[in-house]
Write a protein that binds this ligand. Structure first.
Ligand code: HPA
Length: 280
């Protein structure tokens, strides 16, 4: 994006926010991003207003077939939520700023929580496909940062602290809910890689060595913006495949989608119960 030609990022965000202020049915408390194969939760919320991305001013549109590309305001377990069904990835050619454009705009409503899910490859060999992993920390290997460039103090600090990017209190609530439902929850570090090619066995070994438990191609740019904007974050990965560098199996994207879909119902139940527990 060349800011010297046309509108600046700041102008685009402001313009789109002004649009939402007119059309949004309410000020959301929670923003939810659903990842690969996990879109159906969005279909189940009590929708109040739906906006296809292509109808929204300045919105990029999703090029990934498994992502739906719409934003909906609705009520889920009594909470005012806005769901981003379909997200943008670095591998599609978007910058980290473009990827996080929808979240940046919605963050100006001053919501409290950002709930994000993704499909990820397991690096921790105690994981199996279909497991759910609460993200406790991340490593950014995407060669971009959404906060690069001018900082607007009204949006957040120049150097945001990421020592607790994934809110410990929210994680405790989620773990309690899981225990009540009899769901086993793993917890670990998510590493974001640029993609779209999947990892080699040697890269997988490297990612394990640097302390990651799961690898994917999303989420980190959004979490950086969410923390910058003062939101509390809860992130969950669906472990769609497990990559053992010493016994490496081909990673099929179709399998990633299939495994995520299988985990969808469980994740949906957990998110619903989690939302019920939240006092906003
Ligand atoms: N690697 C990177 N991204 C992924 C994977 C993987 O193994 N599985 C799902 N998303």
């Amino acid at each position: 994006m060349n800011e010297r030609e046309g509108k600046s990022y700041l102008e685009k965000v402001k313009e789109t926010f002004e649009y939402f202020k007119k059309v949004a049915p309410f000020k959301p408390d929670i923003i939810i991003t659903l990842g690969t194969g996990l879109a159906s939760l969005g279909d189940r919320i009590n929708k109040v207003a739906v906006f296809p991305y292509r109808e929204l001013p300045n919105f990029p549109f999703s090029t990934v077939e498994t992502h739906k590309g719409e934003l909906c305001f609705g009520i889920l377990e009594g909470k005012k939520v806005v769901v981003l069904q379909g997200r943008f990835h670095f591998y599609e050619g978007y910058s980290a700023k473009e990827i996080t454009f929808p979240l940046r705009v919605l963050s100006l409503f001053k919501p409290k929580i950002y709930l994000v899910s993704n499909a990820a490859g397991g690096l921790n060999l105690t994981f199996k496909s279909g497991d759910l992993m609460l993200i406790k920390d991340h490593i950014n290997l995407i060669p971009d940062n959404p906060l690069r460039g001018p900082n607007y103090e009204g949006w957040g600090p120049r150097f945001p602290d990421l020592s607790c990017a994934y809110d410990p209190e929210l994680r405790e609530i989620f773990k309690k809910v899981a225990l009540t439902l009899g769901e086993e929850i793993k917890e670990g570090v998510y590493v974001a890689v640029p993609g779209p090619s999947l990892e080699t066995p040697a890269e997988t070994r490297f990612l394990r060595l640097i302390g990651a438990d799961a690898v994917g191609m999303s989420t980190v740019p959004e979490v950086i913006v969410a923390v910058h904007a003062g939101l509390k974050v809860l992130g969950v990965s669906v472990i769609s495949n497990v990559n053992d560098p010493d016994n490496f199996k081909p990673i099929l994207f179709s399998e990633v989608v299939e495994q995520s879909k299988k985990a969808e119902k469980r994740l949906e139940k957990l998110i619903r119960e989690f939302l019920k527990e939240l006092k906003l």
